[in-house]
Write a new protein. Structure first.
Ligand code: A8S
Length: 169
C-alpha cells in the first residue's frame, strides 16, 4: 500500500536505486517516534557519531550536519529534510553536501502496521536514488548503500524492540 512512495521516476544510466524492508516487533507509534527525530539520527544509526541542526526546527526544510564514526571513507555529511508526514508516516531526506561520494542522494522511509502479525508489528521500508560515482559502478554503489541502510534498519529494530519490551535502550 505504501509502495507508491518508493516508486521513483525512471532512472538515468548514471543513477541507481533500491528498496530495503525491515519487520520490527514494536508498535508503529514507537518506531515512528524514533525515526522522525531528524536532529537525532544517532538514536539508531550506528555509523553516526554526532549531529547538529544547522537550520530549521527539525521539521520539513531543516538541515543537519552529521559526523560519522572513524573507519569509514567519509567524515561528514550535510542533509536536508524534504518531507515529514506524521499522519502518513513518511520521511524524505536528501544529502546536499559532505566529503563523501553520494551525490544527488534522496531517501524515502515509510512505516506501516504489519497486517500479517497480531501484536503490533511495524514494516519499515526505505528506498533511495543516488548518482553512480564516475569511478564506481551500479553494483558497488548499491551494495555500499544497501549495507548501510540494512545496518540502520536492523539497529532501529533492536532499539525499538528493546523499548517495546520495557527496557531503556
Ligand atoms: C543514512 C544513509 C547513508 C549514509 C551514509 C547511505 C554516510 O553517512 C556513511 C558513509 C558514507 O560514506 C556516506 O541514512 C555518508 O545515513 C555512513 C557519510 C553520507
Amino acid at each position: 500500500m505504501k509502495d507508491m512512495y518508493h516508486a521513483h521516476a525512471p532512472l538515468s544510466p548514471e543513477q541507481c536505486s533500491s528498496t530495503i524492508r525491515q519487520l520490527i516487533h514494536a508498535p508503529l507509534p514507537l518506531v515512528w517516534s524514533i525515526v522522525r527525530q531528524f536532529d537525532n539520527p544517532q538514536a539508531y544509526k550506528q555509523f553516526i557519531k554526532s549531529c547538529d541542526l544547522i537550520s530549521g526546527d527539525g521539521g520539513s526544510g531543516s538541515v543537519r550536519d552529521v559526523t560519522v564514526v572513524s573507519g569509514l571513507p567519509a567524515e561528514r555529511s550535510t542533509e536536508r529534510l524534504d518531507q515529514l508526514d506524521d499522519d502518513l508516516h513518511v520521511m524524505v531526506f536528501s544529502i546536499i553536501g559532505g566529503d563523501h561520494k553520494l551525490v544527488n542522494y534522496q531517501s524515502t522511509t515509510t512505516l506501516q502496521e504489519d497486517a500479517s502479525k497480531s501484536g503490533g508489528g511495524t514494516v519499515v521500508m526505505e528506498s533511495y536514488v543516488v548518482d553512480i560515482p564516475a569511478d564506481s559502478c551500479e553494483e558497488d554503489t548499491c551494495v555500499f548503500v544497501d549495507t548501510i541502510i540494512g545496518c540502520n534498519l536492523k539497529s532501529l529494530a533492536r532499539v525499538s524492540e528493546k523499548i517495546a519490551r520495557g527496557k531503556v535502550p
